[in-house]
Design a protein around this ligand. Structure first.
Ligand SMILES: [Zn+2]
Length: 204
């Protein structure tokens, strides 16, 4: 079993939920899509951020975080599989954001992960939904299915890379005109406004 004291699971069971992260970490989990949030666990070259998945305890923590506190069971063999799926997600998303054809191998990879059953909800005798344990295969299936739903759905061509310098975070532009540029208006959008303001004043 895992021996890391701070796994996501223990944190969430203490009622912290998806909060309790530093802003630098929290910004990576706000895309609104579990597949993109999971992609955001990557470091270089995909993101100019620290790699978050450096072993089974970290995979457990971040799968749990992305899947809203699910009690995910992970062992060492699951790490390579998870990273394979993550690489495929990045390849597919970047193909989309650059208007290229989807790479066949990445498509096959995501489809293969989606074959496994996703986490099943369980009804308890007293009429509540129980949060039972989730296997890594189930968790990765949920991510793959979300990616298929996103890429193949109406917002599949609205996946964007934030225009903030060095940001690289992904988001889904659900705005009516489809002109959203920033992962977050509060962060990258406001930084851009400040920069524009400074540039304007420098030119006076
Ligand atoms: Zn951004």
């Amino acid at each position: 079993m895992l021996d890391t004291p701070l796994t996501g699971v223990s944190v969430y069971h203490a009622g912290v939920g998806r909060t309790g992260l530093t802003p630098a970490l929290a910004k990576r989990f706000r895309s609104g899509r579990v597949s993109l949030d999971f992609a955001h666990t990557a470091g270089e070259p995909e993101l100019a951020e620290p790699e978050l998945i450096d072993g089974a305890p970290a995979l457990q923590r971040w799968l749990s975080h992305v899947l809203d506190g699910a009690d995910v069971r992970v062992d060492a063999d699951d790490v390579a599989a998870a990273l394979r799926l993550r690489t495929a997600l990045w390849q597919l998303v970047h193909a989309r954001t650059q208007d290229r054809d989807l790479p066949r191998r990445a498509v096959d990879t995501v489809n293969r992960f989606a074959v496994a059953a996703p986490p099943a909800p369980r009804l308890t005798l007293d009429g509540h939904v129980a949060s039972g344990g989730v296997s890594a295969a189930e968790a990765l299936s949920a991510l793959a299915r979300d990616a298929i739903d996103l890429l193949g759905g109406p917002l599949g061509h609205r996946i964007r890379v934030c225009a903030g310098p060095g940001c690289q975070l992904l988001f889904v532009d659900a705005s009516r005109p489809g002109t959203r540029r920033w992962c977050s208006m509060e962060r990258c959008g406001n930084l851009a406004k400040v920069r524009t303001h400074r540039t304007g004043r420098a030119g006076e």
